[in-house]
Design a protein around this ligand. Structure first.
Ligand SMILES: [Zn+2]
Length: 305
């Protein structure tokens, strides 16, 4: 009998809810806006109502629904099911989201940070189906990672492992919002690319504008982008040397630039990773993107039960 789980992906602007089957197919998807003007508890009530509608809408008998998985931005406490203080959900301080959802539905509820959930989605049905040792890296407005080691998601103490955005890769790029100099996220996130590109061009431009200038051969922007690809390579080498991973899957908006980024990182890795197998680590694009949030959240249930 096919089993199903509900995946809930809570983001700073929207919440996606889907019913996902064991094979990782999402059957229905519903999206509601994240209302940051109301208390978190009220927003969770809205999410509960929407989950209820989605369950009714699919008509799947409740005995085939094994649970509800929630992916949310960190920092959080996945073991206790609490969203603690995410910068993208400003009023969500110490919100016991797992308990609030569990009270409403008679099935188990799990919480995981969104990058970890996306890693599970890539393993279930995306670019890492064959891999027991891989790292998923999202390069988007921020940078985060989900680490799968020996077939298991590496969570750490509270579920915040893999926060590689604040790994120092090149202090010459200046002071990050966290206070350290030269964090990966400060240099290579979408936000950082737009910031540095704007400084070069002397006007506010978007990440997409920066990449268009790069693809059209603008010299100063090309220099910037090559340095950025290089620090992404530096970060990947650290990941490979630390986890002895066999594949790195890169997703998020910035990865959309495609071949130049992947070739550059692959070249850096094949030169600088410490051991022979490390130098052969595959650097590949994520497959799921938009849907990785809900599929990964649902995968939390298949992973634990
Ligand atoms: Zn930092």
């Amino acid at each position: 009998m096919m089993k199903y789980a509900i995946g809930v992906d809570i983001g700073g602007t929207k919440v996606a809810i889907a019913v996902v089957d064991q094979a990782g197919n999402s059957l229905t998807e519903s999206i509601i806006p994240t209302d940051l003007s109301i208390p978190a508890i009220k927003m969770v009530e809205k999410i509960n109502n929407e989950i209820e509608q989605v369950i009714i809408g699919t008509g799947i008998p409740t005995d085939q629904l094994i649970g509800i998985g929630i992916g949310a931005p960190g920092p959080l406490d996945s073991k206790n099911g609490v969203i603690t203080s995410p910068p993208n959900l400003k009023k969500w301080i110490d919100v016991p989201v797992t308990r609030l959802v569990e009270q409403h539905f008679s099935m188990p509820v799990f919480l995981e940070n969104d990058a970890n959930a996306a890693a599970l989605a890539e393993r279930l049905t995306g670019a890492a189906q064959e891999n027991d040792n891989f790292v998923y890296i999202t390069v988007s407005t921020g940078i985060g990672a989900g680490i799968v080691a020996e077939g298991k998601l590496l969570r750490g103490l509270k579920g915040n492992a893999g926060d590689i955005g604040h790994t120092v890769v090149d202090p010459s790029f200046g002071k990050c919002t966290c206070g350290q100099y030269g964090c990966l996220e400060w240099i290579a996130s979408g936000t950082a690319i737009a910031r540095q590109g704007s400084a070069i061009m002397g006007k506010a431009i978007s990440t997409k504008d920066v990449f268009n200038l790069y693809l059209s051969g603008n010299e100063e922007i090309t220099h910037l982008i090559e340095r950025i690809f290089r620090v992404l390579g530096v970060a990947c080498v650290s990941v490979i040397n630390t986890f002895d991973t066999e594949k790195i899957v890169i997703g998020g908006g910035v990865s959309k630039v495609g071949a130049p980024l992947f070739q550059s990182i692959q070249a850096y890795v094949s030169e600088y990773a410490l051991n022979e197998t490390g130098r052969q680590t595959e650097i590949v694009p994520a497959k799921l993107e938009q849907k990785s949030g809900v599929i990964g959240a649902a995968a939390l249930c298949f992973n634990r039960i």
